[in-house]
Design a protein around this ligand. Structure first.
Ligand SMILES: Nc1ncnc2c1ncn2[C@@H]1O[C@H](COP(=O)(O)OP(=O)(O)O)[C@@H](O)[C@H]1O
Ligand SMILES: CC(=O)N[C@@H](CCC(=O)OP(=O)(O)O)C(=O)O
Length: 264
């Protein structure tokens, strides 16, 4: 029974049908996998910030995070978004536990850079997956929001893709990133398979931009650390997760040392 980390992007979360969550529950029951969900919620955060007339900007796909913004980020991610996913899994017949990276020091964070103008944006220093494993062993689906903590009790805003990658690395688990696009696009077409060096090239020539940057970086980090499978898929692809597990070529698979192919 292996772990499978599924990152659900905020871009698609509110459009995911109940069948998406039913499929996650069936991966556990029928395929004997242990799914771990890590979620984002960028658009939900932006919506509340806008309502509260708090200005926020992005730099290379990361939200510049003041203390005021950080309060809202945590409220939205570890509150409404996290609990909405837990509710949907329960409605789909599963058992879910919501936790944030802060709980049990699951995600230990530190500033993304010492000279950073990103404020309280963090990167992951270490992962303590013990309690996530215990929940999964008990047949529950952990649902994790990407806020990290450090030894001084300071919170850090972690991009959801980066948090998911750290958890996939810690569990040596495949990572499926569910978003609002069918994979990495180049000239309007989905790249069905890309290698590490091709992703680096796509980042350099800015084919990959905005929210796809942390996804690409997360994928590279995973593969370099020995995670064997990283795939980006569209959450609206019907039975996408089940088809992927059954070996169907959907989305963009990021791999080591292969040639780039265009989907038919
Ligand atoms: N080359 C690319 N291929 C696909 N999407 C891209 C690419 N470059 C930038 N993007 C953008 O990245 C977005 C996905 O990132 P993001 O909005 O952060 O999603 P999520 O909330 O699912 O993490 C897409 O909707 C698209 O606008
Ligand atoms: C540092 C940083 O940018 N954090 C993200 C966390 C949420 C996230 O990653 O949401 P998506 O997965 O929907 O993009 C943010 O504040 O929007």
């Amino acid at each position: 029974m292996g772990y499978l980390v599924i990152k659900c992007g905020g871009s698609i979360l509110e459009q995911l049908p109940i069948s998406f969550f039913e499929n996650i529950v069936s991966l556990m029951k029928d395929q004997h996998l242990k799914p771990i969900i890590v979620h984002g919620g960028g658009p939900n955060i932006t919506q509340l910030l806008t309502q509260l007339e708090i200005h926020s900007t992005f730099h290379k796909g990361l939200r510049v995070t003041s203390n005021e913004v950080l309060n809202i980020v945590e409220m939205v991610l570890s509150g409404s978004v996290n609990k909405s996913i837990v509710r949907q899994i329960i409605a789909a017949g599963g058992m879910a536990f919501g936790l944030s990276g802060v709980d049990g020091m699951l995600l230990v964070g530190k500033p993304i850079s010492s000279t950073s103008e990103l404020g309280y944006v963090g990167k992951i220093e270490s992962v303590n997956p013990r309690f996530v494993k215990l929940l999964a062993e008990e047949g529950a689906i952990p649902v994790i929001s990407p806020i990290a903590i450090d030894g001084d009790g300071q919170r850090w805003n972690i991009n959801g893709d980066i948090a998911a990658a750290a958890i996939a690395k810690a569990l040596c688990a495949p990572l499926y990133m569910v978003s609002d696009v069918p994979g990495i696009l180049k000239n309007g077409q989905v790249l069905s398979q890309v290698s590490i060096s091709e992703v680096e090239e796509l980042l350099k020539d800015e084919t990959i931009s905005g929210g796809m940057i942390p996804k690409a970086q997360a994928a590279l980090e995973c593969l370099r650390s020995g995670v064997e499978e990283v795939v980006i898929i569209n959450g609206l692809d019907e039975n996408g997760l089940i088809n992927l597990i059954n070996g169907m070529p959907i989305g963009t698979k990021i791999m080591e040392d292969i040639t780039c192919k265009i989907s038919q």
